[in-house]
Ligand binder design. Structure first.
Ligand SMILES: [Fe+2]
Length: 182
């Protein structure tokens, strides 16, 4: 089994709701002085909302619409991180974290693509959706509890200014001018 296969198959995160909340608060405190982290936290919250919208959709059309928005947002966010933030981690002292981050996001892309091939009213679809949601929640927890906070604490104002501009540039390049956050 390849590393990617293992990530695609991985299930339920081990952290609790309480641990996630504490990580979000910790990252939020650091983000008060870090523009790129503040924007990323905004996008993490939007991703959580997109998952909740899909979970609440009760018919096939509603699920497909919510799934499309979720995939668009998740791809825009993840590609901006992959182009800008994870390279900064890898070029600093977080090479292992960067490798894990890339692998986990590749797994999420595979599983999101798998959703497109499933009947949105089937149990397989619901199972796959919950699998993706758990994996992405765990990934965001790792970013907020550790990886991104460590990078944000790097004492290099020029680096942070560049990361803020470049993350926004890459996110907007994918999302386009018409994409509006719900
Ligand atoms: Fe993220």
């Amino acid at each position: 089994m390849s590393v990617l296969d293992k990530v695609v198959a991985a299930i339920t995160p081990s952290e609790s709701e309480d641990e996630r909340r504490r990580a979000r608060e910790k990252a939020g405190a650091v983000a008060a002085n870090c523009d790129w982290l503040r924007l990323i936290l905004t996008h993490h919250r939007a991703i959580e909302d997109a998952f909740a919208q899909l979970a609440a959709a009760s018919d096939a059309n509603g699920r497909r619409r919510a799934q499309k928005w979720l995939a668009t947002l998740l791809n825009g966010h993840s590609m901006a991180e992959e182009a800008v933030i994870y390279p900064a981690m890898a070029l600093g002292d977080q090479k292992t974290h960067a490798t894990t981050a890339y692998t986990e996001q590749s797994g999420a892309k595979v599983n999101l693509a798998a959703l497109e091939g499933l009947d949105p009213m089937s149990q397989d679809y619901i199972d796959k959706f919950e699998h993706v949601r758990g994996a992405v929640m765990h990934h965001m927890y790792s970013e907020e509890d550790d990886w991104l906070v460590d990078l944000a604490k790097t004492a290099d104002p020029a680096l942070h200014a560049r990361l803020a501009a470049r993350y926004a540039e890459e996110f907007n390049r994918y999302m386009g001018p018409d994409a509006t956050m719900p």
